[in-house]
Design a protein around this ligand. Structure first.
Ligand SMILES: Nc1nc2c(c(=O)[nH]1)N[C@H]1C(S)=C(S)[C@@H](COP(=O)(O)OP(=O)(O)OC[C@H]3O[C@@H](n4cnc5c(=O)[nH]c(N)nc54)[C@H](O)[C@@H]3O)O[C@H]1N2
Ligand SMILES: Nc1nc2c(c(=O)[nH]1)N[C@H]1C(S)=C(S)[C@@H](COP(=O)(O)OP(=O)(O)OC[C@H]3O[C@@H](n4cnc5c(=O)[nH]c(N)nc54)[C@H](O)[C@@H]3O)O[C@H]1N2
Ligand code: SF4
Ligand SMILES: [Mo]
Length: 693
């Protein structure tokens, strides 16, 4: 019997990016554990990944290539060989390459966050082909753009400081579910006397455990931040010295927020003016005392029309009060800009055709875009899609449109997957992909500052191939001779970070593979002495770049597209706001097919406030139909005051085919995009709910 422990990293779209230790006995992975020595993982994994072997060795794993034999969406396939599969794909792609390469579109997101199995060989292939570019907006671009205008880039407080905070505001995030290792540190801070405040329309698992919960109306966060700035300035709870040295546009900001009285703010947010005033005082006084005041803002607030502006407004707060001075203060959204990724090398944008401008397809609007004919405006109709690391049929908004698009008989679809997902059912060619236990990868993260290495623990199951290997083989079939298509994963990993950047001078792939993780060189408090990444080097309360982009250069409030307050007409038909944030036991739509985890979630639920349930004669346990102008889905109701009145909550994202009616929350969400960054507006939705039969 041979037994070993292999160092790896959790590949999922989670800020924690845990260091894994996989036990392998006679070539079989028997257990996956968290590395006790890695400071942020601290030996703990979430329940999903603690069961990783269950997912890896799942009886439904795709093990060999297949071609479609039934109708699109039916999910009927027949086994073929890898060589046949690659020949068939190349035969479809070659005429497209000759006529109009932009008719090919990649569709991928964060099934794995690895820099290799994500966008390295894949990008090289699509760039060389001349395919359309994909704008990966489905998650984070609204907030990232708002944050960037204000702070300059995705940098913030080091999570390893969070336990030292005295006031921690968890704003639009359910940390217990989606950021467990941050929550552990928050607990430590709580034990040391910190105050915890959650800002969330829903009393989430996390909000339940905070000292205070401010249950605002979805999409009103931008207004709340304006009201807080009003109180901070009018009560002089600001840091004049920090403002004078490290910010731009304070006078204009003060003028702007003068109109945002606590009363006006409270009315828009659906809360009390005392809550606005008290929150501002707690925050301002904590900063004044020099204590760590940390805002953990996350994506909850930015999946609405004004999501980018909301993040921008909140990002102004720590500069206004000098919270950045304390390493445990400041703000955390994504920390991804800490990593000097060598994208020019990994992704080779220089391979793109230089003679024609390449169009960009927004992944959020894939439903409409698949249904668009050729036009001078749009360019060529989409003729082929290669899907990897994503499940658009389940996760993209307005999914009836997405299904209609992928059902097009004249569309050629390749899907690389671990399982036969909702999307795989629409594939013409369905290919088996390796999991993190079966391939090499190197990772940056967005929730801590460690570079991470993943060693393969076991051989690929069946005939599964890694994404990099697929694109290498396809490049060969397309007769691409560029040497970058023969590089191995190890060769690519060795150059993943730029060692000419002081943050990663010590990066060495061979030693990273042995240690598993290595921290970047970064100061403890990133903006204690300014040094923002904006053009002015200051925190920009006033942003010239926003003005140039046609946006208000100052913080403002942008109401939701669909809300009782801002869309009175629509609200007469569909009076309830619906949000569909992550369920604890799923990772987006990943893990929904792992029975033990699905059983824990039970079935699709809808949490509904007693007043909304009563007026519709709905009780706990009733099956209901949730619907609007775009579609409908069924769910089992839980009547609970966890949901604020007027807001219904359906934790997501279910596989549609594993739901009784073949639908999920994205049947009702819309393809409209955010104010900046072209992001999805998943939580900007009005619906009506009725009891079924
Ligand atoms: N277990 C688990 N973990 C995950 C994921 C998962 O699916 N499952 N997904 C991963 C991914 S891809 C991401 S992007 C992150 C997401 O991480 P977060 O952005 O932290 O998302 P959630 O933890 O769902 O927290 C969002 C919270 O925002 C609230 N919310 C909704 N609308 C609003 C609003 O308008 N304003 C405010 N203030 N709050 C609002 C919701 O009720 C919810 O409690 O989590 C990652 N981690
Ligand atoms: N209603 C609603 N919709 C949402 C959200 C919401 O809160 N509400 N959240 C949105 C957010 S934040 C996000 S990030 C997106 C997530 O959208 P996606 O990134 O598409 O996430 P998943 O649903 O997890 O699908 C990832 C797929 O990649 C596959 N995969 C994993 N590793 C590999 C690999 O190495 N190779 C290949 N070929 N495949 C692999 C997995 O099996 C899985 O099916 O969903 C969005 N959709
Ligand atoms: S999903 Fe997040 S918490 Fe769970 S193991 Fe992966 S990185 Fe850690
Ligand atoms: Mo996400």
């Amino acid at each position: 019997m041979s037994s070993s422990i292999v160092r790896g990293v959790c590949p999922h779209d989670c800020p924690d990016t845990c260091a894994l230790l996989t036990t392998v006995v006679d070539g079989v992975a028997t257990e996956v554990k968290g590395d006790p020595d890695h400071p942020t993982t601290a030996g703990v994994l979430c329940t999903k990944v603690a069961r990783y072997t269950e997912r890896t060795y799942h009886a439904d794993r795709l093990l060999y290539p297949q071609k479609r034999v039934g109708k699109k969406g039916e999910g009927k396939f027949e086994r073929i060989s890898w060589d046949e599969a690659l020949e068939m794909i190349a035969a479809k792609l070659k005429p497209i390459a000759a006529a109009n390469p932009q008719a090919l579109v990649p569709y991928s997101y964060a099934g794995t966050m690895g820099l290799l199995q994500g966008e390295a060989m894949a990008h090289r292939f699509f760039h060389r082909f001349g395919a359309s570019l994909l704008d990966r907006t489905i998650c984070a671009t609204a907030g990232a753009t708002g944050y960037k205008y204000t702070i300059g880039g995705s940098l913030g407080t080091d999570v390893e400081q969070a336990q030292n905070g005295k006031l921690i505001i968890i704003w639009g995030s359910n940390s217990i579910v989606s950021n467990l290792h941050f929550w552990t540190r928050v607990q430590e801070a709580k034990r040391a006397g910190a105050k915890l405040i959650a800002i969330d329309p829903y009393r989430s698992l996390t909000a339940e455990k905070c000292h205070q919960h401010i249950a605002l109306i979805p999409g009103s966060d931008g207004a709340l931040a304006l009201g807080l700035m009003h109180v901070l300035i009018s009560e002089n709870l600001i840091d004049a010295d920090y403002i004078a040295n490290y910010t731009l546009g304070f006078e204009q900001l003060a003028q702007r927020v003068a109109e945002w009285t606590p009363e006006r703010t409270a009315q828009i947010c659906g809360i009390n003016s005392e809550e606005v005033i008290q929150l501002a005082r707690d925050y301002g006084e904590c900063c004044r005392a020099g204590n760590g005041a940390l805002i953990r803002l996350n994506y909850g607030m930015q999946r609405v029309h004004g999501g980018g502006m909301a993040v921008r407004n909140i990002a102004c707060l720590p500069a206004l009060t000098g919270a950045w001075r304390n390493p445990a203060g400041g703000a955390m959204l994504s920390l991804s800009a800490g990593f000097p990724k060598n994208n020019a090398y990994l992704q080779r944008p220089d391979l793109m055709p230089q003679d024609t401008p390449i169009r960009t397809i927004n992944m959020t609007t894939i439903g409409d875009d698949l249904l668009r004919p050729s036009s001078p405006d749009f360019g060529p109709q989409i003729e082929a899609v290669i899907v990897y690391n994503s499940n658009p049929l389940a996760i993209a908004p307005d999914s009836n449109k997405v299904a209609q698009g992928f059902a097009r008989e004249d569309l050629f679809t390749v899907v690389l997957e671990h399982f036969q997902t909702d999307t795989a059912d629409y594939a013409d060619i369905l290919l088996p992909a390796t999991t993190q236990l079966e391939h090499v990868d190197v990772h940056s993260t967005y929730g801590h500052y460690y570079m991470m290495a993943n060693n393969p623990a076991i051989a690929p199951l069946g005939e599964a191939k890694s994404n990099t290997e697929f694109f290498r083989l396809l490049a060969q079939k397309m007769a691409y001779t560029d040497s970058c298509f023969t590089e191995t994963d190890d060769q690519m990993a060795a150059k993943a970070f730029r060692t000419d950047d002081s943050k990663a001078v010590h990066f060495d792939w061979e030693s990273l593979k042995r240690s598993g993780w290595q921290k970047l060189n970064l100061p403890a408090a990133p903006f204690a002495y300014g040094g923002f990444l904006t053009p002015s080097g200051k925190c920009e309360f006033y942003s010239e770049r926003m003005l140039q982009a046609g946006l208000d250069p100052l913080p403002t409030y942008i109401p939701p597209y669909e809300a009782v307050q801002s869309n009175v007409e629509l609200a007469q038909q569909y009076p309830l706001a619906m949000i569909s944030p992550p369920a604890r036991n799923f990772m987006n739509s990943t893990f929904v097919n792992v029975k033990s985890l699905r059983d824990t979630e039970g079935e699709p639920h809808l949490d509904m406030h007693p007043s909304d349930a009563k007026s519709r004669a709905i009780q706990t346990g009733d099956l209901v139909r949730i619907f609007n102008q775009r579609g409908s889905m069924q769910a089992r109701v839980r009547v609970t005051d966890k949901a604020r009145a007027g807001v219904v909550v359906g934790l997501s994202i279910w596989w549609k085919k594993l739901a009784a009616d073949g639908q999920n929350a994205n049947a009702v969400t819309s393809q409209r995009v955010t104010d900046m960054g072209g992001g999805a507006t998943f939580y900007d939705v009005l619906v009506e709910v009725e009891k079924l039969g």
